[in-house]
Design a protein around this ligand. Structure first.
Ligand code: AMP
Length: 272
């Protein structure tokens, strides 16, 4: 992969890179679509990164379908798909990790304490192999996008990071490989995340500035849905991810809710 990418660079081709954990859906495909418009060559990786899963999380059951993924990436016009072997990325004795000081201390980083360390590490490793000009990440994983932008800046990685909008099912559910975990009777409850974002957006548009009032309303709605367990619902500063109590400028609303076995996340910018 390194030789292939170096050769592209020698030929003067620019590269856009989309890292994924596979089980591809239209959200991933939209990042690839974007990648094709911003560089000469599109590179995709598929790797279920063990370093970003904590104990008791779904590393062993994470959905996979490499054959289908390869058909989709080919159809989408990817020039190469990188599927590294575990022993090449994490050989025995592996011990180097990337940690950010503050950004992982919010939102998902609280209930998933090793997650962003794992993400920052694998993204750096993949960047070091591929050396892309541009990398595309989904806004669906908003904290991840912010963390990667910060890390690239801090470490002078020289990769242009582009965020791409969340792709949703027709009813609003954000597409996710983990939606495969939802049993039919849980699918309805999963819609409560998007409903919460829309409801909060409407309240803010109507002049509500008190975060606590918004949280109270949307929390009650989600709790009233069967199979739901709220991890967090926050309105935060879009850059620092610090909690916002009074809404005076655009805030990012982010939430994580377990619906049955599936831990779902979603987010939206709310503009007063
Ligand atoms: P994953 O395979 O879940 O690690 O995701 C790989 C990339 O796809 C990340 O940059 C995600 O943010 C992005 N992604 C996942 N779901 C969506 C979606 N529904 N819309 C847009 N991007 C997404």
């Amino acid at each position: 992969m390194r030789a292939y990418c170096r050769n592209l660079a020698i030929k003067g081709a620019t590269t856009a890179f989309v890292p994924t954990m596979g089980f591809l859906h239209k959200g991933h495909l939209s990042l690839m679509e974007k990648g094709k418009t911003v560089a000469d060559k599109l590179l995709v990786s598929i790797f279920i990164n063990p370093a970003q899963f904590g104990p008791g999380e779904d590393l062993d059951s994470y959905p996979q379908n490499i054959e289908k993924d390869l058909l989709l990436t080919e159809k989408q016009g990817a020039d190469a798909v990188f599927i590294p072997r575990m022993k090449d990325l994490y050989p025995d004795g592996y011990e180097t990790y990337i940690n950010l000081e503050k950004l992982p201390g919010h939102l998902c980083g609280i209930s998933r304490p090793v997650f962003f360390r794992g993400v920052a590490t694998i993204v750096t490793k993949l960047f070091n192999i591929i050396r892309p000009d541009i990398a595309i990440f989904g806004e669906k994983d908003y904290q991840q996008l912010i963390i990667i932008k910060q890390m690239v800046k801090d470490l002078n990685l020289g990769v242009n990071i582009i965020g791409s909008p969340t792709v949703r099912e027709p009813d609003g559910l954000a597409m996710s490989s983990r939606n495969a975990y939802l049993a039919p009777e849980q699918r309805e409850s999963a819609l409560s995340l998007f409903r919460a974002l829309k409801r909060a957006e409407q309240m803010v548009k109507n002049g509500e500035t008190d975060t606590a009032r918004i949280l109270k309303e949307v929390t009650a709605d989600i709790q009233a849905c069967p199979h739901t367990e709220i991890d967090y619902i926050r309105l935060c500063d879009p850059h620092t991810l610090e909690n916002v109590d009074r809404i005076k400028a655009p805030v990012r609303m982010a939430l994580a809710v377990k619906v049955g076995k599936a831990r779902l996340i979603d987010n939206k910018m709310l503009e007063p």
